[in-house]
Design a protein around this ligand. Structure first.
Ligand code: PLP
Length: 384
């Protein structure tokens, strides 16, 4: 019997919002290059400008601060790798819980990289950032501090406000990977300390293949792709107007309230349901503030790859650890940084709800989860 497919992996990529789909299709029919001065070009330029305003609005930024890129990974690489060179930075500070895009970009600078830890709940150790900033200031070393707003695996909301207070008044720079918090948490890029922020369209119901780097007005000379001077000289390459239009439409239509209310209830429902089926369930980051759509958990002894495949056969798409590198199910560096033993880390699964998620999805997941746990117990002779 084929069951209805249930998509529970919004943190990996959210389905296209209907408004984003409409905008994409409408713009695909237009001909031309947004940089051309004739009517066709001007029509595309208007579309790009509208989307820029829509993305800026959701980020609390000015429209001139939005630089469209091909992905958040590109925006992150621009901010860190090109940023380190263009801003004359001497060393990088990252947290151990950063996405690979941040860790690899930091490594690619060739500069010393200091990795600050996470606590047992997955929260960035602000005291370690304070120490790094203090020591660098005393030594006359200029830092680029790169942290994330929300962890893609655990959903833990990071104390970026506190980090801003530490880095903001210093000569050091702050970059925030806001990919998993954009739209879901209130952002006020204009009034806040980060010098640069990266966001991605496909995490908010926009298309894959477009992201943005928000750059404060004082940030100049941070360029990864010089090209033909597009994006006010900050990112070369003809702007993909249809993808950008769709990104803008997603930003304008993004149902922020659904994430603070509805998906939060779905997370509560599956977590209490799972606990009654598996009392030994471990929920990562359970003791701290998490974004309202993510649950990362493990049943000790139940291997995540096996569980994920079982759920997949039942039509339930969940993720094991971070799903960012295609099909790769590896140990999570985030859980390791939280001090989670590798045997438990290998049992970690992530469910992430989003704008299309319903109560039925949560119920279907709980049914699939109970079946997997019963099968596991039967196979290992554990009493229910
Ligand atoms: N940063 C975080 C926290 C992410 O979760 C992801 C994707 O999963 C990225 C960066 C990369 O985003 P993109 O797929 O737009 O390159």
């Amino acid at each position: 019997m084929t069951r209805k497919a249930v998509y529970l992996d919004h943190n990996a990529s959210a389905p296209l919002l209907p408004a984003a789909r409409d905008a994409l299709i409408a713009a695909l029919d237009l001909v031309g290059n947004p940089s051309s001065v004739h009517g066709h070009g001007r029509a595309l330029r208007a579309i790009v400008d509208k989307a820029r305003a829509q993305v800026a609005e959701l980020a609390g930024a000015e429209r001139e601060q939005v630089v469209f890129t091909s992905s958040a990974t590109e925006a992150i690489t621009q901010a860190i790798t090109a940023g380190a060179a263009g801003l004359g930075v001497d060393a990088i500070v990252v947290s151990a819980g950063e996405h690979a895009a941040v860790l690899k970009a930091a490594e690619a600078t060739g500069l010393p990289v200091r990795k600050v830890g996470l606590d047992a709940d997955g929260v960035i150790r602000v005291d370690e950032i304070a120490a790094a900033v203090f020591e660098a200031s005393a030594a006359g070393v200029k830092l680029l501090v790169a942290v994330h707003l929300v962890n893609n695996e655990t959903g833990v909301i990071q104390p970026v406000d506190q980090i801003e207070v530490l880095v903001g008044p210093t000569p050091h720079y702050l970059f925030v990977d806001a990919v998993q918090g954009f739209g879901k948490l209130a952002l006020d890029f204009g009034g806040r300390a980060p010098d640069m922020v990266a966001v991605s369209a496909h995490k908010i119901g926009g298309p894959i293949g477009v992201g943005a780097l928000l750059m404060k007005n004082h940030i100049s000379n941070v360029r990864l792709i010089p090209g033909g001077g597009q994006e006010a000289g900050r990112r070369g390459g003809t702007e993909p107007a249809a993808l950008i239009a769709s990104f803008g439409a997603a930003a304008a239509a993004f149902p922020t309230a659904y994430y603070t209310a509805a998906t939060h209830k779905l997370v509560e429902a599956i977590e209490s349901g799972m606990r009654s089926v598996a009392p030994d369930l471990v929920i990562f980051g359970a003791g701290v503030d998490r974004i309202g759509n993510t649950s990362n958990f493990a049943v000790p002894g139940l291997n995540s790859a096996v569980a994920m495949m079982g759920l997949d056969l039942g039509g339930l798409a969940v993720s094991s650890g971070s799903a960012c590198s295609s099909g790769k199910v590896g140990a999570s560096h985030v859980l390791a940084a939280m001090g989670v033993l590798s045997a438990l880390g290998e049992a970690a699964l992530r469910v992430s709800f989003g704008w299309s998620s319903t109560r039925d999805d949560a119920e279907a997941f709980l049914k699939g989860f109970s079946e997997i746990v019963s099968r596991h117990r039967a196979r290992h002779g554990v009493a229910a």
